[in-house]
Design a protein around this ligand. Sequence first.
Ligand SMILES: *[C@@H]1O[C@H](CO)[C@@H](O)[C@H](O)[C@H]1NC(C)=O
Ligand SMILES: *[C@@H]1O[C@H](CO)[C@@H](O)[C@H](O)[C@H]1NC(C)=O
Ligand SMILES: *[C@@H]1O[C@H](CO)[C@@H](O)[C@H](O)[C@H]1NC(C)=O
Ligand SMILES: *[C@@H]1O[C@H](CO)[C@@H](O)[C@H](O)[C@H]1NC(C)=O
Ligand SMILES: *[C@@H]1O[C@H](CO)[C@@H](O)[C@H](O)[C@H]1NC(C)=O
Length: 363
Amino acid sequence: MTTMRVARPLLFQITLLLFSTRLPLVVCGNGHLETPGRNEIVHLPGHTIENSHQLPLPHTYITPEQLPKAFDWGNVNGVSYLTGSRNQHLPQYCGSCWAHGSLSALADRIKIARNSSIPKSDIHLSVQHVLNCGGKVAGSCHGGSATGTYEFIQQNGYVAYETCQPYMACSNESQWGFCPHVDTTCQPQNICRNCGMKYVLFDNQCTAIPSDRIPNASIAEFGTISLSDNNNIHAIKAEIYARGPVAAGVNGKPLHVYHGGVYKNQTADKHNTHIVSIVGWGVNDENDNVSVEYWIVRNSWGEYWGEKGFCRIQLGHNICGIEHKIVWATPGRFTVGARGASQRYVDPSSNNNNDRMALQKGR
Ligand SMILES: *[C@@H]1O[C@H](CO)[C@@H](O)[C@H](O)[C@H]1NC(C)=O
Ligand SMILES: *[C@@H]1O[C@H](CO)[C@@H](O)[C@H](O)[C@H]1NC(C)=O
Ligand SMILES: *[C@@H]1O[C@H](CO)[C@@H](O)[C@H](O)[C@H]1NC(C)=O
Ligand SMILES: *[C@@H]1O[C@H](CO)[C@@H](O)[C@H](O)[C@H]1NC(C)=O
Ligand SMILES: *[C@@H]1O[C@H](CO)[C@@H](O)[C@H](O)[C@H]1NC(C)=O
């Protein structure tokens, strides 16, 4: 909590005010200025790369017939490969859906690679690290993008684990709540730190973790699947099935009044304002006897929202714009043990071999 007591110098606060009137820089889609609870998708000028990949994409080596009718990373033969849910609006509002959606998908992919059937605690990635250091490429509490988050992590070389830097819901331009009192500058202490009672007179001194001892994850490749891509639904399913959850844009407005079930309103506005993660798909709506296919979607609005933090949206009709832009990333390597011991991600696409995948999934 020390950071909250670090007041910013007056000059900086004035600069902050001047700058805050110039935000946002570029807004995706309709060009509206985002306001709290509205458009949280912003494409920053420093974000220039949306696709950075070489390996074959899963839809090129998995046929539609090879995909199951239903598949959920939250329940693969009784095992969940999903990390715990988060709430971007605590301890206060921050428009960081883009960081939550993209980092939870990446963390889930790390969990899949570690294989959660061997019990270990989850690895969460630090949204606050991205807010503190990714302001030119990824985003801020006033919006950002999933591709920008992945570009930032690839450029930067890593993203710290959440135990390095907890979520404060603040970025440098944010004047909401206690943000004027939070130091969000990109410096070692704001990437990975620990606080202790080293000097009893000055309680709670915080120090940076040396830069070769930061538990972290890197990104190997990232890319997008657009609505205009051929057979986009198959491409999305194959990507999820082979490599794990993805980030997705969606119209957040109808989600505010979602209380469970499969959302099927095909006339709802499709303009993307919010970013979530898709963790699988299913068939049949138990509430009526129609057979519908749906995406299983993870939100970042807490577990009191929707179906314990999740919702289901009928697939194939771009409902709420959920199929407008899908974003995926594969891990590079990530810290797993003492003294920087790390695990390198083995991409299923690097070994274009369906037998191996079938084996992995225990089919
Ligand atoms: C916040 O950080 C971004 C990225 O580093 C920078 O471009 C911007 O000028 C900063 N804004 C303020 C108000 O300091
Ligand atoms: C990131 O993690 C790797 C693997 O654990 C480690 O070798 C590297 O030093 C870490 N990077 C930083 C900046 O600490
Ligand atoms: C579907 O969305 C449209 C547009 O927002 C709205 O007018 C309509 O009432 C919705 N239908 C249902 C069944 O919720
Ligand atoms: C669904 O089908 C079952 C069995 O055919 C029937 O008992 C039930 O009433 C139906 N539910 C609805 C909502 O139509
Ligand atoms: C995890 O390991 C178990 C045991 O080897 C295996 O059956 C399962 O398919 C693995 N899961 C994944 C997602 O690789």
